[in-house]
Design a protein around this ligand. Structure first.
Ligand code: FMN
Length: 329
């Protein structure tokens, strides 16, 4: 994926002035001045591999700074939503009742065009989505974005800045544009005056939540959602994945219903006769992982179950040639 990278630039955050009246939906409180207290946006390096993508829209650079700091803390990739037609200062003038931004926010059907979309979102499980509050809501270009990409099975963490308004219903209105397989976290409004440390703490707290939720697994480049068993075999795999900074297993298609591959060492097992179905992940003879897209009955130790994608998408993913699976702690 071609991702937008940032150079270190000094930031002049936010807009100044007071919003005098409500232009559209949502509660709009008085708006004042610059919002975050960040002096410098970090220079970001390409990441080796990551399943977190920070996406943002930030015509006045406040969210851009927060996005860069969060991305650095999370080792995330970056994608900036750039409008096909950039917003000028006049366009952003909320004191002007007929300015472009105000007019768009008033029009529920407005979908400002985006210059380019991300090439491939498949490697990402988690999307941080940053935007400024405009008239109590996310800018309409966020609507364009969400209607243009497929976020099925991913988790979206919305974050925003504003002069004074809360995130309000902005994220719920965005959530309504995505299907039920997308998990939305509660929107985070970064408080005015937040500095880089506060943003880093927030980003790290997201990572802590992620760690608690268990190991992450990918089939080739596609992240899959797994509910892991709580047993000694899973603990051993977590340790292997931790020691080796991710466990990569070359799998082979077998029998028209499974992919099987060696984990590279013998680990503790507790085999019993098991009927497996699509999505089941098991340990076979203590040293091989099996992932099913069909069914079988054999002596295995259960490791977990893939809850997303569903059975037919899994068959597509696993039934068309050998794959590589990656498990990260
Ligand atoms: C058109 C427009 C409308 C805005 N509406 C609100 C609002 O309803 N409530 C609020 O607190 N701030 C409002 N603001 C202020 C922005 O939310 C705030 O300055 C934000 O941090 C800007 O982010 P950015 O620098 O990334 O563009 C508005 C700003 C603009 C340009």
């Amino acid at each position: 994926m071609k991702l937008t990278r940032l150079l270190a630039v000094l930031i002049c955050a936010g807009v100044t002035g007071v919003v005098p009246a409500c232009a559209g939906e949502g509660d709009v409180e008085a708006v004042s001045g610059a919002t975050l207290d960040i002096e410098e946006i970090p220079v970001l390096q390409d990441q080796e591999s990551t399943d977190v993508l920070v996406v943002w829209f930030s015509p006045n650079d406040t969210i851009r700074a927060a996005a860069a700091i969060a991305a650095e803390a999370l080792d995330a990739d970056l994608f900036e939503i750039l409008p096909e037609v950039p917003y000028t200062a006049e366009d952003l003038n909320y004191s002007d009742d007929s300015s472009r931004a105000t007019t768009e926010q008033r029009d529920e059907t407005a979908r400002p065009a985006i210059a380019s979309l991300p090439e491939d979102l498949a490697p990402y499980r988690t999307i941080l989505l940053g935007y400024p509050i405009w008239w109590g809501q996310a800018p309409r270009i966020l609507y364009t974005f969400l209607e243009s990409v497929d976020l099925s099975g991913k988790t979206v963490i919305p974050f925003c800045t504003s002069g004074s308004s809360s995130a309000g219903s902005s994220a719920v209105n965005l959530q309504n544009l995505t299907d039920d397989t997308v998990t939305w976290a509660e929107a985070k409004r970064l408080d005015n005056g937040s500095g880089a440390d506060a943003i880093r703490d927030w980003a790290n707290s997201l990572m802590a939540d992620k760690e608690e939720s268990g190991m992450q697994m990918r089939i080739n480049d596609t992240p899959v959602n797994v509910v892991w068993e709580e047993n000694k075999s899973v603990a051993a795999i977590r340790e292997l994945a931790g020691n080796e900074n991710g466990l990569t297993v070359q799998m082979s298609m077998y029998g028209g219903f499974e992919q099987v591959g060696p984990i590279g060492s013998q680990i503790v097992s507790n085999d019993e006769q098991t009927v497996t179905g699509p999505g089941d992940i098991v340990l076979y003879s203590g040293d091989q992982i099996v992932v099913f897209y069909g069914s079988n009955s054999w002596s295995y130790t259960r490791l977990g179950h893939i809850t997303d994608p569903d059975a037919s998408a899994l068959e597509e993913l696993l039934g068309n040639g050998d794959v590589t699976i990656t498990i990260e702690p």
